[in-house]
Design a protein around this ligand. Sequence first.
Ligand code: G6P
Ligand code: MG
Length: 223
Amino acid sequence: MIYRAAIFDLDGVIADTARLHLQAWRQLAEALQRPWADDTEEKLKGLERMASLEVILGGESGNFSEETKLALASRKNSRYQELIRSLSPEDLLPGAGKLLAWLYERKIPIALASASKNAPAVLQALGISDFFSYIADPEQSAPKPSPEIFLAAAQGLQVEAEFCIAFEDAAAGVTAIKAAQGMTAVGVGSESTLGSADYIVGSLEMFDPKDFFLSAIRAAVVS
Ligand code: G6P
Ligand code: MG
């Protein structure tokens, strides 16, 4: 397959921000005296804000009013926003900056498909906003594992899903990509949680774009 566009998740793929989300959720869980199980971390990855809160509240969820839940989610978000204030290009994960620059220099369009409403601010702080032709709005799509946000990203780039390759660190995200009309999934992380991806790499550093895009560039030059 010759790919024509790349779609990225943000937290845990491009930037080391998944740990900041977790840190903020963990503080809230402690304040509410909610347990933090071995699999809580993996469950929270890629989950939208209110769904994440439900994981934290667990069996106690019914004891909180909607209003209180919104206030709790907003408390977590304020803490997260405090944590991302100190982000800089140094917080890019290995290989991320190089891969984005490689694609951008070759005019291969790049979109973001992140559930995070803080994504534009994070891209700005990391100094990589200009690489992105399109940022899918998480408020306009059903949350992952629905494929909607990845389809919206492909549409935003005007490239059919089957010609897009998408990168994810969360199981819910890989499921979303695999349901997106023939899109190809690259899992960034471990085989144990991302087994259904088409390719798995430990980090973006291990993804060689020449293997996936070069023929697209040659084809464009020839035609
Ligand atoms: C991403 C992260 C999740 C986070 C979600 C919502 O998917 O992986 O950990 O909960 O975005 O982020 P937000 O910044 O909108 O609360
Ligand atoms: Mg992620």
